[in-house]
Design a protein around this ligand. Structure first.
Ligand SMILES: [Zn+2]
Length: 172
């Protein structure tokens, strides 16, 4: 369950659960504000270079210390490719050429609830593949061949995309 407001963020009035727009939603009794639980949207990239995939080690929860494909949440007003390039700049300082949309995954909370979607794109380095820094919510990053991939992988989306890539690489 998403977190619900207890008081109206606009007028501090009391919030009650009421039927609005075909669902029971938090509604302000004073000003009529309705809290919609909008889906979160994240973008991630399977970035490939010379038979290796770029993985980042997460510095924060969820899944601190585990490895995943780079990416992150979209901000309001961004388009997916802008968000992806921004995240890559923030995390590893890499400029990429973004290719096709590989898949759309459900974003699942620690408690197993669907809270949004993850858009996964194919990408490659636009110039140098050297990783100039790691920052933001990443503590390490590197290029990995299929047989070198760390065992501690975060997120079903990363696991699924890596598995498909490995199967393609091995020709099975
Ligand atoms: Zn209100």
């Amino acid at each position: 369950m998403n977190r619900r407001f207890r008081y109206c963020p606009y007028c501090a009035g009391a919030i009650a659960e009421e039927s609005r727009f075909n669902a029971v939603r938090p509604v302000c009794k004073s000003c009529g504000f309705v809290q919609f639980h909008d889906p979160k949207v994240a973008v991630i990239a399977l970035i490939l270079h010379e038979g290796r995939v770029l993985l980042v080690q997460r510095a924060v929860d969820p899944a601190q210390g585990k490895w995943s494909l780079p990416g992150g949440y979209m901000d309001a007003g961004e388009m997916p490719l802008e968000a992806l390039q921004r995240e890559l700049n923030e995390e590893v300082g890499l400029t990429v050429e973004i290719g096709r949309l590989l898949d759309i995954f459900p974003m699942v909370s620690d408690r197993g609830e669907r809270i949004g979607i993850v858009l996964a794109f194919e990408a490659g380095p636009a110039g140098s593949a050297a990783i100039p820094y790691v920052a933001d919510d990443v503590q390490a990053a590197g290029w990995y061949r299929p047989e070198e991939i760390p065992s501690e992988i975060a997120f079903d989306s990363t696991r699924s995309l890596l598995q498909r890539w490995i199967e393609l690489e091995s020709g099975s």
